[in-house]
Structures are given as C-alpha cells and as structure tokens.
Design a protein around this ligand. Structure first.
Ligand code: ADP
Length: 266
C-alpha cells in the first residue's frame, strides 16, 4: 500500500470509505495477478522436465538402444527428475517461510558452527574447482532460526559455485560492525551480474541466463528464499556485482540480533 497514492486520493476526494475500498481493490487485483503469474511459472517449470522425460521414455520404448546409449538416457532422465525435486523442495521452503511466524530474537545460533557446515557443503559441491575461504574475526552469535539461516547461506554459496568458473575464489565471511550490527556475506570472483538485473534478482523465477541456471540445477527461487529469510530476521539483503569481476551478497542483521560470546558468559 503506497503512502504516495494514499495522500493523492485523500486530497482529491476526501471520502474515507471510498478511499479504503479503492485501495483494497487495487491491492487485491495486484496480488491476484501475482498469484496467477506464479502458478503459470510453476506449471511451466514442471511441464518442461516432464515433457523431456516423456520423450526419453518413448525413445527407450521404441528404439533398440545399446548399453551405452541406455546409460546416457538414464543419466539425462535422472537430471530432469532432480530438477523437479529441487523445484518442489524450494517451493516447500518458500511456503513454509510464508506460513510460519517470524523467528524470535531469543534463540541464539552459533555462526561459527553454521558457517563451517556451509563451507563444507560448498567444498563438496565445488569438488576442488574453487578456492573457498572462511573468514570470521568475531565468533559472535546471531538470534534466529538455524535451519533458515543455513538455507540462506547455502543458497548463496551454491550460486557462487555455479556462477564462478573453475579456478575462481569464494569468500564466506561473518563480520560484526562497530555499532554491533552483523553481516554474513558470500563473495565470488565469478561471472558477475550487470546493473539492470540486480533489482530483479530476488523475484521468483527471475534468471539472468535461463539456460545456464537450469543446466547447473538452478530453480530460479534461491535468491527469493534468501531475501525472505533475511527479512524475517529483521535484516536486509545487499547485492553488489560487476560483470566479469564477481559478486558479493551480504545479509545485514541489526545489532539487537547479534551478541558477543562474552555476554553469554556474563
Ligand atoms: P537460480 O536457481 O537461477 O540460480 P537464484 O534465485 O538463486 O536462481 O538466482 C537468480 C539469478 O541470479 C540466477 O539465475 C543468476 O543469473 C543470478 N545469480 C545468482 N547468484 C549469482 C552469482 N553468484 N554470480 C552471478 N550470477 C548470479
């Protein structure tokens, strides 16, 4: 509900009832259109791998395949199945985030342990193709929900690995600023993103390069999950990127959600 629209209408009509009604209708129409878009996108994302799978099944049924060909077709079928599994899993994550209350500020997560798991998963995914470093000057804690924070960081590292060519570097960091606020970040020396795409990256199914995203197992939902998680923790997502140079994604958390381990002992 834009406050700008509200003041304009107020001045020209001055009728409280009508004003509220017309705003609600606009809002409802917009969210209805968004819902329709979303359903259309999901249907498309599911239909494509299904069509490919149907084609392969037909091939296997109608053509005599050598053992090597049969293995190749099974491999491609597995890829398409995994694509649908990732999609359903990301959709469930989004639905859970939307349907559950915001994480309280009274459960403290050890960022140290969390980042070690994130980095280990990144190493496994990269399989030695990138130099992955973990930076942590202050082992402070963060208030929130561990599985959500893990999922956000894992998504960022997963992207860094997928959009950084072999030999590149990936830095995962946790920094506590002088004002007490905290920052989790993932930076890579990869492909980078041009300026016009940056504001749209967190939209569901928005991809800069659709074929690359799909080829590497992307669902187009990762960054919208990341944004949801950080906002539910009272924070914000900051994206900086330059084509050919790399990208940096920062999750910024307010001081109220950050505490030094020293306080824990007191
Ligand atoms: P996807 O599953 O396609 O990776 P995301 O929501 O995670 O979906 O990301 C949206 C788009 O942002 C990606 O398709 C990709 O084009 C771009 N992107 C995300 N992370 C990076 C990165 N680290 N480097 C370059 N491009 C990225």
């Amino acid at each position: 509900r834009g406050p700008g629209t509200l003041s304009v209408v107020l001045r020209s009509f001055g009728e409280g009832m009508r004003l509220v009604l017309s705003q609600d209708v606009t809002e409802r129409e917009r969210s209805e259109a968004m819902r329709r878009d979303f359903v259309a996108n999901v249907s498309h994302e599911i239909r494509t791998p299904l069509t490919v799978l149907a084609g392969f099944i037909e091939t296997m049924d109608s053509l005599p395949l050598t053992e090597v060909e049969r293995k190749r077709v099974l491999h491609l079928m597995t890829q398409q199945t995994q694509r649908m599994q990732s999609l359903v899993s990301d959709l469930l994550t989004l639905a859970q985030l939307e349907g559950s209350p915001r994480p309280g500020a009274d459960t403290w997560v050890s960022v140290d342990a969390l980042l070690k798991r994130v980095a280990a998963d990144g190493q496994a995914l990269s399989a030695g193709r990138h130099e992955i470093k973990l930076w942590q000057a202050t082992p402070a804690q963060l208030a929130g929900q561990e599985s959500e924070l893990f999922s956000a960081m894992a998504n960022l590292v997963n992207n860094a690995v997928r959009y950084t060519p072999e030999g590149g570097r990936i830095d995962i960091a946790w920094v506590v600023q002088a004002d007490g606020s905290g920052e989790l970040s993932v930076a890579d020396s990869g492909l980078g993103i041009s300026r016009e795409h940056i504001p749209r990256l967190t939209e569901r199914f928005y991809r800069v390069d659709g074929s690359r995203s799909r080829e590497t197992g992307g669902t187009g939902l990762g960054l919208s999950i990341v944004k949801h998680v950080v906002q539910r923790h009272g924070g914000a997502l900051d994206i900086q990127s330059e084509p050919g140079k790399g990208s940096r994604f920062r999750l910024l958390f307010p001081a109220a959600r950050v505490r030094e381990p020293v306080l824990e002992a007191a």
